[in-house]
Ligand binder design. Structure first.
Ligand SMILES: N[C@@H](CCC(=O)N[C@@H](CS)C(=O)NCC(=O)O)C(=O)O
Length: 204
């Protein structure tokens, strides 16, 4: 299998870490959605990452669809998302908030760093910052025991950790990690584990 995308994307990284946990070997196609836009669109018509190219050539787009496939490969006893019921909904709820948080941070980076300065809209930026803070506060208010959804690490922890690490590396000046002590502790615990260390957030 070939995982397409860079590990500075929290969406790509949640897939890489999950594959490490499942012990699924994979190659990487490290291409940038901006610098290599044509190559990314050749894999995914939307020009987005991650994509996962299976050994028979079938290609999966979107981290949630990819994880759905990987969970199926791992089987119900090892899957990082429970198969049904309130446990599944709780993991998916945390993932939805963490994924949305990452999407807002990516949006914030676009609005502040890539836009023509004359077209920057402070109202749009303020809205994005409020949404990021609100999501962080919601996640920080959960009481990990020791993980977000109970005694076992789940996809909720992988996705939240990938999101926090991306956020604190990219926009730590706006959202200091010290303001979110619960999340900081969760992130530290997770990032110390071999599956995370095997697919690290890249140093600048
Ligand atoms: N919902 C998607 C989001 C993926 C996403 O937004 N990836 C970013 C990279 S961090 C991207 O491809 N951005 C390029 C674009 O949207 O044009 C997923 O979970 O895979």
């Amino acid at each position: 299998m070939i995982l397409v995308g860079q590990l500075d994307s929290p969406f790509v990284r949640r897939v890489a870490v999950s594959m490490n946990i499942y012990g699924l070997p994979f190659e990487r196609q490290v291409i940038s959605v901006y610098a290599d836009a044509d190559a990314v669109r050749a894999v995914n018509p939307l020009g987005k990452v991650p994509a996962l190219i299976l050994d028979d050539g079938e290609t999966l787009f979107d981290s949630q669809m990819i994880l759905d496939y990987l969970d199926e490969l791992a089987g119900p006893d090892r899957a990082l998302t429970a198969p049904n019921g309130p446990e599944r909904r709780d993991v998916l709820r945390c993932c939805a908030v963490s994924l949305g948080l990452s999407e807002k941070v990516v949006g914030l980076n676009f609005e502040t760093k890539q836009r023509d300065p004359d077209t920057i809209d402070d109202g749009v930026i303020a809205r994005l910052e409020t949404q990021v803070k609100s999501a962080l506060n919601w996640l920080d208010a959960r009481q990990p025991n020791p993980w977000l959804c109970g005694s076992n690490m789940t996809q909720a922890d992988i996705t939240a950790t990938a999101a926090f690490t991306h956020l604190f590396n990219r926009r730590g000046e706006l959202f200091p990690e010290s303001d979110y002590p619960t999340l900081a502790a969760l992130r530290k615990r997770a990032e110390a584990l071999p599956p995370f260390q095997a697919s690290p957030f890249p140093a600048d």
